[in-house]
Design a protein around this ligand. Structure first.
Ligand code: C2O
Length: 623
């Protein structure tokens, strides 16, 4: 605890957060979280309803030390929505029931109910916690989680620690956005573009520093959508951790942090204090189909050496030459895992279903959550738990055997970037193609062509029309999602379920009564197969399914887009055109243009289709 206590003053002034934390005896950390609506206005542009904890927002950082038991007592005071907490990056080995995704390892906690998360942390480093229910975390329920390491290998090279969160920010609630986004009026699946970027949940962050010191920055992208380019003017960064994995020191000038990724790096301050320096984080506008008028996709903070001096405007940058995380070497030098026992091959496809709405698919399956949380199906289907059928086709289940080596190959048949995350594990990232490389061809790859010491992390970016290859050992019995961490794509179903060693799990796991109570209070069944059938668990009739596909012969996106754009034009319905009809081809062609604009801090020549995004939120504001 020594490190975290001595840093506490600086962190608390930075984040203005006083968490309700009880340090009980002997390494137990207890948080009591009343989750409820508050108002906030972090970009100074719009006050919105936001999910707070104990009446406050920004949220408290969860802090613990390696070996601690962490207890989070949640009371859901939202009144109108269920909620859950996921502790992103923690393996939860032995406690998969504490992992958090609703209808996966628990029921959503109904309004008025309580739920206790109780787990032991054995991993040091930089993590975060967020709601894993209803696409809800962009409404504010997300914050860093830091596990202090008494044996941090770079402890003697650093003086102080600073936690830095990066985020995108929306003015409307997810329950307003999601039905507009997954809507036949938005056939291209254009994701809502955030209204602002935030750094430690503000746009006016100052980080007081002293000359000649080395600070360990722990950076977390707690955003919903946008990756962020981050740089410190006049200072280099020395990366020492990604997603809880220590690395050999690596020098970087600019790093790209996708949604859900974390980096720790050291920054050594100058020996004189006459100038302050900008810290800039710039949202990756290549992810946006349109750039709304007036959007500032950058957020600036400052390293303040001297508070009587100016806080300078950042200079323009010519290009984003970001550090390649594939080149990192884990500090522990863990070797390439052996050839896989099982290969899970997933093609990312964005397409429409017969209802005209845009969905996301692995292969031909879009994820639909099931009537019974998948973990509870494991616990109540006996030997059939090793048969994927019981989990329902649309949970997209893969049953993994205990300790086998699993390889996940993801081919991107889409033109966007996708940061893929696996619960319960770090994976070795053994291959990543450049953009437009096409699908992975295993015939050209053998053990010797992969890195001998691959980098590991829990969230890894798949490039447009390229591929990634990931490996891990199934040494953690549990139910673990694999999904894109762009929350819009989660809402669209870009999720597969890894059911790892289900029969082991039945022997070792006991679900606390308190978890079943939450189901009962919400009227959610918690035994039987995905459909809640406890008698014939191989009978999935009544299970939740995706909408039917379009009839054969349709090229859904084109035809639906054309139909609706014609309709919109005819009827002149601003509500239909508002952002949905951005032309995908034009959006792709514009990406280079947008990047240049990003460098110049201006939006010249960009078709302001998204301008109507603003009108839409203006309208929402007036309501
Ligand atoms: Cu941050 Cu499913 O995770």
């Amino acid at each position: 605890m020594a490190i975290s206590l001595s840093f506490f003053p600086i962190i608390s002034t930075l984040l203005l957060v006083l968490s309700k934390v009880t340090e009980a005896a002997n390494g137990t950390v207890v948080y009591d979280f009343n989750i409820g609506w508050v108002t906030s206005n972090p970009d100074g542009a719009f006050e919105r309803t936001t999910i707070g904890i104990n009446g406050e927002w920004p949220l408290p950082i969860i802090r613990a030390t390696v070996g601690d038991q962490v207890i989070v007592n949640v009371k859901n005071d939202l009144g109108n929505q269920t909620t859950t907490l996921h502790f992103h990056g923690l393996f939860m080995n032995g406690t998969t029931e504490m992992d958090g995704p609703a209808q996966v390892s628990q029921c959503g906690i109904p309004p008025g109910s309580s739920f206790t998360y109780n787990f032991t942390v054995n991993q040091p480093g930089t993590y975060w916690y967020h709601s894993h229910d209803k696409g809800q975390y962009p409404d504010g329920l997300r914050a860093p989680l830091i596990i202090t390491d008494p044996d941090f290998p770079y402890a003697d090279q650093m003086d102080e620690e600073i936690v830095l969160s990066l985020s995108d920010w929306y003015h409307d609630q997810m329950q307003v956005w999601i039905p507009k986004f997954i809507n036949k009026a938005n056939p291209t699946g254009a994701e809502p573009v955030p209204q602002a970027a935030l750094m430690n949940d503000t746009q006016n962050l100052t980080v007081p520093v002293q000359p000649g010191k080395t600070y360990l920055f722990r950076v977390v992208n707690i955003g919903a959508f946008a990756g962020q380019y981050l740089w410190f003017e006049g200072h280099n960064m020395t990366i020492v951790e990604v997603d809880g994995v220590y690395t050999d020191p690596a020098e970087a000038e600019l790093i790209y942090i996708a949604a859900a990724q974390r980096y720790s790096f050291m920054v050594t301050t100058k020996n004189e204090t006459s100038v302050n320096y900008a810290i800039v984080s710039s949202m990756d506008t290549s992810l946006f189909d349109t750039i709304p008028d007036g959007l500032n996709w950058n957020v600036t903070g400052w390293l303040v050496y001297n508070d009587t001096k100016d806080k300078p405007e950042p200079a323009l940058v010519d290009e984003f030459d970001d550090f390649d995380d594939f080149t990192l070497t884990p500090y522990d030098k863990m070797a390439l895992l052996p050839e896989p026992d099982q290969v899970v091959s997933l093609d990312v496809i964005m397409d429409n279903l017969g209802n005209g709405k845009p969905y996301a698919f692995f292969g031909n399956v879009t994820y639909v959550s099931q009537k019974v949380p998948t973990l509870y199906t494991v616990m109540s289907t006996g030997e059939n738990a090793s048969n994927p059928t019981v989990y329902g086709e649309f949970s997209h289940p893969f049953v993994l055997e205990h300790n086998q080596i699993v390889e996940i190959v993801v081919n991107n048949l889409d033109t966007g970037k996708h940061p893929f995350h696996l619960h319960g594990h770090n994976f070795q990232a053994i291959a990543r193609s450049d953009e437009d490389a096409g699908v992975f061809d295993s015939t050209n790859s053998t053990q010797t062509t992969y890195p001998a010491i691959p980098m590991r992390r829990d969230t890894f970016v798949l490039k447009p029309a390229g591929y990634i290859v990931l490996r891990f050992q199934a040494d953690n019995p549990g139910v673990w999602l694999f999904h894109c961490h762009i929350e819009w794509h989660v809402d669209q179903g870009l999720i597969a379920t890894m059911v790892e060693a289900p029969l082991e799990l039945q022997k070792t796991l006991t679900i606390p009564q308190n978890h079943f109570d939450a189901c009962a209070a919400g009227g959610v069944p918690y035994t039987g197969n995905a459909a809640g059938n406890t008698v014939d668990v191989l009978d999935l009739s009544g299970a939740n399914v995706a909408p039917k596909p379009l009839p054969a012969g349709f090229t859904p996106r084109g035809i639906v887009a054309m139909t609706f754009s014609a309709l919109a034009a005819l009827l002149g319905l601003a509500t239909i055109v508002w952002y949905g009809l951005a032309d995908m081809g034009a959006a792709t062609m514009r990406s280079e243009e947008k990047r240049i604009a990003a460098m110049n801090h201006e939006t010249t020549d960009i078709t302001p289709v998204g301008g109507s995004v603003n009108s839409e939120s203006d309208e929402a504001r007036r309501r």
